[in-house]
Design a binder for this molecule. Sequence first.
Ligand SMILES: [Zn+2]
Length: 175
Amino acid sequence: MSKMYEVEASCSRCSSRFKASLFKSIWGEHEENRALVFGDQINVLQCPLCGTRTRAPASLMYVDLKRGFVVWYEPTPDPMIDAELPQYAAMFGPESCYVTAPRIADWQHFKATIERFERGELRAKPPSVENSRAAMQSLLKSLPKQKQGCLLVVALAGTLVGTLGFVAARLLLRG
Ligand SMILES: [Zn+2]
């Protein structure tokens, strides 16, 4: 499942402020999602007042589990990715595509990297089913104990549960 969040943006031209929805992750194995990326239509902010369009300087995780790879678009260094990596290692295995995913700062290079995975020039290791099952159970068990003091942890766990639940469901269905 692709994941979205809301931001408040301000126009670089007329400075008007507006709300926008951005993708945090996108499941590229679905053709309509892939088209959003390759048509440069994803995470583009359009000012409702003057129409100026700019790409949001926001990280985006591109996931294609059918072909078994993950690529990050990371226009500026994003500590959230660093924070999530150990969790991904625990859940999907330390050598899985979630952990080894390239982190690409340039948009064109990001798309070219996806294409190299699609052509088989780059390869990655699919998530480990055993890791996912065990980690999902321990993560779910740990959730009710968390205090509301640490919003970051709760938000992070929310993201991970969403991602992991979907991945685990797919892996289990696949057998
Ligand atoms: Zn504007």
